[in-house]
Design a protein around this ligand. Structure first.
Ligand code: ZN
Length: 85
């Protein structure tokens, strides 16, 4: 296959290093956590927390709430990802 699909590229003087596309893939999950949009309101029933703009904020709220309702709620970034990705 072409160099564009390889996981690494051969850089003179550096040897094999992750290709730009591979680096982008590695950063993608962190980027999504920070930028995937979520509903303004916490999805847990009975919780009135709101003002969320990103999955990272929502996940942080779950981490600090840590009550049974939030712990048992299956928070998944997949629920908020654009479906066409
Ligand atoms: Zn909540």
């Amino acid at each position: 296959m072409s160099e564009f699909t390889d996981k690494t590229i051969d850089v003179p003087g550096l040897g094999n290093v992750p290709s730009p596309s591979e680096l982008a893939a590695q950063k993608r999950s962190k980027y999504e956590t920070d930028h995937v949009g979520v509903p303004d309101q916490c999805p847990v029933q009975g919780c009135t927390a709101n003002g969320f703009r990103s999955f990272a904020q929502l996940r942080g709220h779950f981490g600090s709430a840590s009550d049974g309702a939030h712990r048992s709620y299956d928070l998944s970034i997949n629920d908020y990802r654009d479906k066409d990705e």
